[in-house]
Design a protein around this ligand. Structure first.
Ligand code: 13P
Ligand code: SF4
Length: 323
């Protein structure tokens, strides 16, 4: 794969040299395996710094990961992220062998809805297009008209030109999208177990203590949190906001390894982070990345009929791009 042609936001120089030295033997083993397998590691922004700065070839939010998979000509794509992200890579790049180092790396949103649920919703609202967040299984994507991510949800909803859409599975993201468009949004009440823990009440109290601090939040947070945020965006949007605005202090309401990654890169920015970790993302480690490349497990295998239908929904989303 032509890694050089892709955006690589990894900056090895920002990883503290003494920490890097301790990890170096393992990182070198992984690099060697990557070369032998013609493999790339695509990593979500929530990966821990050793993965993010140590071995990832490309890092980004869910939309960037899907775009990278679509452009990749590597034989093997190892997803340092959760299962739906690996499935999305396989859907969009069926010729690649897609690996996920731990099959238990799931997602509460993806697990909260099935293909049968979507079929029932379509029966209840005939003719209404279905927009599914990429945090869904391939089976759910296959039942959907189009996918979206937190980086393009409102644009995707508007791209359909429909007065109403079914939006699933994240009820908080769906409400946020509804607040950004005139389209009527029929919701499914799924939740992210990480972002639902941020509370509007606690944020109000924190803002009283730090009245001038900008608050940036992921749209999987509850409406009473988002109402108080100065910026709402995908993980990519959040990183970019901090890079561009360079506040001396910022409160980041999302998964907390991402704050670690940003703090390494921008050491002039103090990040206040009520620390919520995603237990699924944290299943991916340098050790199981090495094992995955060594044993070529766990390979993502999709039902061909499901994959073809899911691909239409993902491709349609990629045509909309980032908003
Ligand atoms: P992003 O697409 O914003 O990276 O979000 C993915 C996710 O799972 C957030 O919890
Ligand atoms: Fe799923 Fe939430 Fe974890 Fe993201 S942070 S992968 S939405 S459980």
């Amino acid at each position: 794969m032509s890694v050089a042609t892709l955006e690589i936001s990894r900056k090895p120089s920002v990883f503290p040299p003494e920490e890097r030295a301790a990890l170096e033997p393992l990182i070198q083993e992984i690099e060697q395996l990557k070369a032998e397998r013609n493999a790339v590691i695509t990593a979500h922004n929530y990966m821990t710094p050793d993965i993010y700065y140590g071995v990832a070839d490309m890092v980004g939010d869910s939309l960037a990961l899907a775009q990278m998979a679509a452009r990749s000509d590597a034989e093997v794509i190892l997803m340092a992220g959760v299962h739906f992200m690996a499935e999305t890579s396989k859907i969009i790049n069926p010729d690649a062998t897609v690996l996920i180092p731990d099959l238990r790396a799931g997602c509460s949103l993806a697990e909260g809805i099935t293909g049968a649920d979507v079929r029932r919703l379509k029966e209840l609202h005939p003719g209404t297009p279905v927009v599914s967040y990429v945090n869904t299984s391939a089976e759910v994507k296959a039942e959907s008209d189009i996918c979206c991510t937190s980086g393009n949800a409102a644009a995707v909803v508007e791209s359909l030109g429909s007065e109403r859409v079914i939006f699933l599975p994240d009820g908080f993201l769906g409400r946020y999208v509804a607040s950004q468009t005139d389209v009527e949004v029929i919701l499914w009440e799924g939740r992210c177990i990480v972002h639902e823990r941020f509370s509007g009440k606690e944020l109000t109290a924190l803002r009283r203590q730090l009245p001038l601090i900008p608050v940036i939040a992921h749209p999987e947070c509850a409406p009473d949190v988002l109402d108080q945020a100065d910026f709402v965006g995908s993980t990519h949007g959040i990183v970019n906001w901090v890079r561009e605005n360079r506040p001396s202090q910022v409160m980041m309401l999302t998964e907390c390894s991402m704050a670690d990654n940003v703090a390494y890169e921008l050491d002039d920015v103090e990040i206040v982070r009520p620390c919520n970790l995603c237990p699924h993302m944290k299943r991916i480690t340098l050790d199981n990345i090495k094992t995955s490349l060594l044993t070529m497990t766990h390979e993502v295998v999709l039902d061909p009929g499901v994959a073809v239908r899911a691909r239409r929904a993902v491709e349609r989303m990629l045509e909309v791009g980032r908003s």
